[in-house]
Design a protein around this ligand. Sequence first.
Ligand code: HEC
Ligand code: HEC
Length: 199
Amino acid sequence: MKFVINTKAILGVAFFTILGLSPVVYAAPPDAVAGKAKAQTCFACHGEDGISVSPDIPNLAAQPPLSITYQLIQFRGQQRKGGAMEALAAPLSDQDMRDIAAYFASLPAPPAKSGNADQIARGQQISNTQYCSSCHGPQLQGQKHIARLAGQSKEYLIAQLKNIRSGARIDMDGTMGSAARGLSDEDIQDLAAYAASLK
Ligand code: HEC
Ligand code: HEC
């Protein structure tokens, strides 16, 4: 008999225990229609279509719902800070977050961004050797609690990768921190160009 210990799952549960939340106890199912009504204050920056109005603001369209929810929980708890999001997330209940996440997740993905072909090719190569797709999905489209990177703003991706690398942005289970630690500034530029170029 073989016992496989999933350290990621254990760490994930520890993270939510620290936040005083259970990852499994959900009250009502997420409601995208209610979510749209609750997301009115978000549209000025993230767009009604989930495509943000400026490059330092992330697109939320087609983000995995769990990724949106968990980021909002981190902003509300002030574990993650930036863009005044702590204040915006503060009044939201867990149910509000799940409804809003369901709304943005249901929207069509952002368009692929054009870029320098050599840089995109280098980014793809680094992504392969660093196994970015093993967590973010084959087309970096995101999955479960892990963000979509495809079609995201380059500037936003660069800023976040640098923040995660330096530890200025914490990550919930440490996996992304280790993925970013070995990246050079140039790697980060190339990876961002590649991810932005995907649909
Ligand atoms: C004033 C502009 C503004 C408003 C309004 C706003 N956001 Fe944000 N949001 C930002 C910025 C800027 C960031 C990036 C923060 C950073 O630098 O880490 C962000 C980040 C996020 C993220 C993280 C996305 C990711 O890929 O990690 C989520 C989720 C989010 N916002 C949801 C919301 C929701 C839901 C609302 C409405 C309740 C909202 N935002 C309102 C500017 C805004
Ligand atoms: C072991 C799994 C794993 C691997 C491998 C991984 N990531 Fe991540 N990544 C995550 C998780 C989990 C998060 C969310 C972190 C958090 O906020 O707690 C994340 C977040 C991110 C973010 C922030 C996205 C946003 O919307 O704010 C970027 C950018 C990113 N990863 C890029 C990459 C790149 C580029 C690679 C390859 C060099 C990579 N990741 C490899 C798991 C991984």
